[in-house]
Design a protein around this ligand. Structure first.
Ligand code: SF4
Ligand code: SF4
Length: 174
């Protein structure tokens, strides 16, 4: 029986499309510093809980793509947004590569280019205006009341001004 090809195996790299400065760009981004220490052992991918359910997501492969200079593919594909930032890979990497932090660095570069899932600007807006990442309403508090839980504030209006002071929320996410 012919062995089924995975998407990993089917990827063809066009040399002319590579950006040799991409690994350096990621290494200069906060969180991306140690990327060149990766020797592709695959320990990160073996332990990644997201990988188990999302076969296209593969941290070792993403790091290889960065090191090869596949800038467009990495920054335009939605897979860097799939990482759950659980840090399992980071705890296990024999080289001490901060993989979850590298994913954050990649997301930050992608956001500056305007490449992000629709939910991200929506969450930035909600965080700035209400101080929460998910909308809450009286219905949520009614359910909490029935469960014997205290009501939550529906908005934390002091959060927006704090974010404005500390780092311009939504930069690149407009
Ligand atoms: S565990 Fe570390 S060294 Fe191994 S592939 Fe992942 S990042 Fe690279
Ligand atoms: S931090 Fe991201 S890449 Fe690492 S194990 Fe968790 S989900 Fe996978």
């Amino acid at each position: 029986m012919e062995e089924e090809k995975t998407r990993d195996e089917a990827t063809i790299v066009e040399e002319s499309s590579l950006d040799v400065g991409f690994a350096g760009e990621v290494a200069r981004e906060p969180g991306g510093e140690g990327i060149r220490k990766c020797y592709a052992c695959g320990t990160c991918t073996a332990g990644c809980p997201v990988r188990r359910f999302h076969p296209v997501f593969n941290p070792r492969r993403i790091l290889r793509m960065v090191l090869l200079g596949m800038r467009d593919q990495v920054l335009k594909e939605p897979f860097v947004w799939v990482c759950a930032t659980c840090y399992t890979c980071q705890e296990r990497c024999p080289q001490g590569v901060r993989i979850a932090s590298i994913m954050t660095a990649l997301r930050n570069i992608a956001v500056r280019l305007g490449n992000m899932p629709e939910i991200v600007p929506m969450q930035v807006k909600l965080l700035t205006e209400k101080g929460t990442l998910y909308p809450l309403d009286d219905f949520d508090n009614k359910k909490r009341g029935k469960a014997g839980l205290p009501a939550l504030l529906l908005a934390h209006e002091d959060v927006g001004p704090l974010l404005q002071e500390s780092g311009k929320p939504g930069d690149g996410a407009k």
